[in-house]
Design a protein around this ligand. Structure first.
Ligand code: DQA
Length: 147
């Protein structure tokens, strides 16, 4: 089946942006790794990034229509967006939230996540490997639900 991998603002600059926090891998590297793993697991992915909140909301609606699972790194929208939470609350398939950095080790304003009110699981601080782990989890949740 299908897994949407959604990335929020500034993640287009991954690899160039504060590499001491987010590492040297680019988002294209992450996408390639995600594609490889998904095909290994027999799933298709739709990999997207946007700096615009409404695009992320529209992709969540699209994932809902497709009956897909979601891996989402909402980036700064994590801490601000009731609208993304509301979109995820219309959605019934598995959702795993990913943060490359350990948000709990950072500024207090990063400690609260609106998205965590809906996510089935949260991965933070495992670097870009978090995406791989999240894909595995979404894939197994989809398989369990299909039984
Ligand atoms: C992030 C953490 C957020 O607090 C931050 O705004 C980001 C990236 C992460 O992947 O570690 O842009 O979601």
């Amino acid at each position: 089946s299908l897994i949407y991998i959604l990335n929020g603002p500034n993640l287009n600059l991954l690899g160039k942006r504060q590499p001491h926090i987010y590492g040297h891998e680019t988002l294209a590297d992450v996408e390639a790794d995600c594609c490889r793993l998904a095909s290994e697991l027999g799933h298709d992915i739709r990999f997207h990034q946007s700096n615009r909140e409404y695009e992320i909301i529209d992709w969540i609606h699209e994932a809902r229509e497709d009956g897909a699972g979601i891996v989402i790194n909402p980036a700064a929208f994590t801490h601000t967006s009731v609208a993304i939470l509301d979109a995820l609350n219309t959605f019934e398939q598995p959702v795993i939230e990913v943060h490359i950095s350990n948000v709990h080790k950072r500024e207090p304003f990063r400690h609260h996540s609106f998205v965590s009110h809906r996510a089935d699981g949260v991965i933070a601080g495992l670097g870009t490997e978090g995406y791989q782990l999240a894909i595995r989890r979404v894939a197994s949740l989809i398989e369990v639900a299909a039984k």
